[in-house]
Write a protein that binds this ligand. Structure first.
Ligand code: HEC
Ligand code: HEC
Ligand code: HEC
Ligand code: HEC
Ligand code: HEC
Length: 171
């Protein structure tokens, strides 16, 4: 059931989001500006070398989930490139031991919010990654620079005439 008239007064959702979002980030020990990752990865450096998002986030144009790179993905390039760097030697040793990189998530929702999100339709509709994730050329490891609360989603859906039926985004 779409009830677009309720988006005029989003305070109910803002309040709900605040507590749930904060609880989530506290639970995972997340801070918007800083997430410790297993290796010091740099988006900036890779994007300056003209890499594209899909080199590492292979699913983003095809399905719901973008995907985070495994050591195998890193080593598609790094079995040849920068093999003298300590970090590359570290991940090469991980691959040999069959250990993967345990990336910590930056974006995401509580299970209780029952949010359904899909990347592919947004990419098809020409929505740029930066609209939802900020400029990655300015980030080393990803930071949570965009607060994707319900109003953020609903306002754009309204503007672009995409569905605002509850079941578009919730299960
Ligand atoms: C309309 C907003 C939006 C756009 C556009 C968008 N994302 Fe996302 N992205 C999200 C949301 C919301 C999540 C968290 C989803 C979840 O946890 O269910 C997310 C999560 C992710 C994740 C981690 C989880 C996963 O899916 O693997 C990666 C990586 C990612 N996005 C990369 C990208 C890339 C690359 C692009 C552009 C090609 C992009 N995103 C475009 C909203 C967006
Ligand atoms: C599509 C190819 C490609 C993939 C995939 C890739 N890289 Fe790179 N990476 C590069 C290139 C190109 C450079 C620049 C090499 C240079 O400057 O000599 C680089 C540089 C680096 C460096 C060296 C930074 C420095 O000190 O100069 C590190 C560390 C690194 N990558 C880590 C990773 C990790 C971790 C992954 C997997 C999550 C990964 N890379 C995936 C292409 C890739
Ligand atoms: C060379 C590989 C590589 C490329 C290219 C790359 N990423 Fe990433 N991305 C990663 C790695 C590794 C992580 C996990 C560490 C982190 O959070 O920064 C990540 C994490 C992210 C996250 C955080 C997801 C979450 O919820 O934890 C977002 C958002 C993201 N990338 C967006 C992008 C976008 C947009 C592009 C293209 C403009 C891009 N990335 C290009 C390797 C890459
Ligand atoms: C900047 C604009 C924009 C933002 C922000 C945005 N969306 Fe969308 N969304 C769209 C467009 C455009 C479509 C494609 C509609 C189509 O294909 O007809 C879409 C489609 C979708 C679909 C697929 C609908 C279907 O019928 O398959 C889902 C699910 C969705 N959005 C959820 C979300 C969620 C959840 C958020 C917030 C995290 C969000 N969107 C943020 C513009 C946006
Ligand atoms: C375009 C996508 C979208 C649509 C349509 C949408 N929601 Fe949401 N909603 C979200 C997102 C994303 C969140 C999570 C916000 C967060 O946790 O930061 C959310 C959160 C909520 C929450 C708060 C849950 C919590 O405790 O965090 C409620 C309640 C809710 N939505 C109800 C609804 C109802 C009822 C409808 C239909 C009238 C609806 N939503 C339509 C995206 C959407």
């Amino acid at each position: 059931m779409a009830q677009p008239s309720r988006w005029g007064t989003p305070s109910v959702f803002t309040t709900a989001h605040r507590s749930a979002g904060e609880a989530f980030r506290a639970f995972f020990d997340m801070r918007p500006d800083e997430v410790d990752q297993p290796v010091a990865f740099s988006h900036q450096l890779h994007l300056e070398k003209e890499l594209v998002c899909t080199d590492c986030h292979e699913g983003v144009e095809r399905g719901p989930v973008a995907g985070l790179p495994s050591v195998n993905t890193c080593l598609i390039c790094h079995s040849q490139i920068a093999t003298d760097r300590p970090i590359i030697q570290e991940i090469t040793a991980m691959q040999e031991k069959g250990v993967d990189l345990a990336w910590r998530r930056v974006y995401g929702y509580t299970r209780e919010a029952h949010v359904r999100f899909e990347h592919a339709p947004h990419i098809r509709a020409g929505v740029d990654c930066s609209t939802c994730h900020g400029d990655m050329k300015q980030q080393t490891v990803a930071r949570r620079v965009v607060e994707m609360d319900m109003a953020f989603c609903v306002n754009c859906h309204k503007a672009k005439q995409a569905s605002n039926d509850c079941l578009t985004c919730h299960f």
